[in-house]
Design a protein around this ligand. Structure first.
Ligand code: 5RP
Length: 224
């Protein structure tokens, strides 16, 4: 088989596995739930699966992309200023380590995604198996306040401004390129840094369940 055909076949199976994980998450929803919707291509598979269930849900979206698509499918999206808790949040991930640490923010939505995940009773991660890694690796996405951005960037050392529009909250999206060998230590360092509004390291304590699509099946990794 030619390398191009092999790549197309691989992409097709990864997309199928994303869809399977998304379908497995959609059936967890019940009428009346308050639901946080993540961002990305796996969540794009989730939205029609939720809409098809025809449940009465109150949803919040972690990005404008998700909000627009969800509304187009008839889902009720609310502002996340008035809802003070969610029953469940469902989102993708860029890297999933064996101990449950995640890297998120490939789509630059990690700050809102973490707020939504933290507000939810259950945070469910959906992904194809290509997101499973032996150990986390850079880049770790960051969101930086514009005020003092050059100084914050300098203090981070190995970091690069991402060439994307600002976050919906007007902040800069940056990729941290230093080592990620100690995710808890790095998360604490980033949390303590003035000017860093958010980072894409999500601790296992935040995660309830990980649904992984692999070779046409869904594996459930229960974490708490
Ligand atoms: C966006 C995210 C996404 O959840 C992450 O990038 C995974 O995306 P995809 O489902 O497209 O692989 O964190 O900020």
């Amino acid at each position: 088989m030619s390398p191009v055909r092999r790549r197309v076949g691989h992409t097709r199976s990864v997309n199928g596995d994303k869809r399977l994980a998304a379908l497995a998450a959609a059936v967890m929803l019940e009428d009346g739930m308050r639901v946080g919707l993540g961002t990305g291509s796996t969540v794009r598979e989730l939205l029609p699966a939720i809409a098809e269930r025809g449940l009465s849900l109150r949803c919040v979206a972690t990005s404008l992309r998700t909000e627009e698509e969800a509304r187009r499918l008839g889902l009720q999206i609310e502002s996340f200023e008035s809802l003070d808790r969610l029953d469940i949040a469902i989102d993708g991930a860029d890297q999933i380590a064996p101990d449950g640490w995640l890297v998120k923010g490939g789509g630059g939505a990690h700050t809102r995604e973490k707020i939504v995940a933290a507000a939810a009773e259950r945070f469910v991660v959906i992904a194809a198996a290509d997101k499973l890694v032996d150990r986390l690796a850079p880049p770790v996405p960051l969101e930086l306040l514009r005020f003092g951005a050059a100084a914050t960037l300098r203090s981070l050392g190995e970091a690069r401004l991402r060439d994307v529009p600002p976050s919906p909250d007007g902040n800069l999206i940056v990729d941290y390129l230093g080592p990620v060998d100690d995710p808890a230590g790095l998360a604490a360092l980033l949390d303590a840094k003035p000017g860093v509004v958010g980072h894409g390291l999500f601790p296992p304590q935040l995660v309830s369940e990980i649904l992984v699509g692999r070779d046409g099946k869904v594996e459930r990794l229960a974490l708490r």
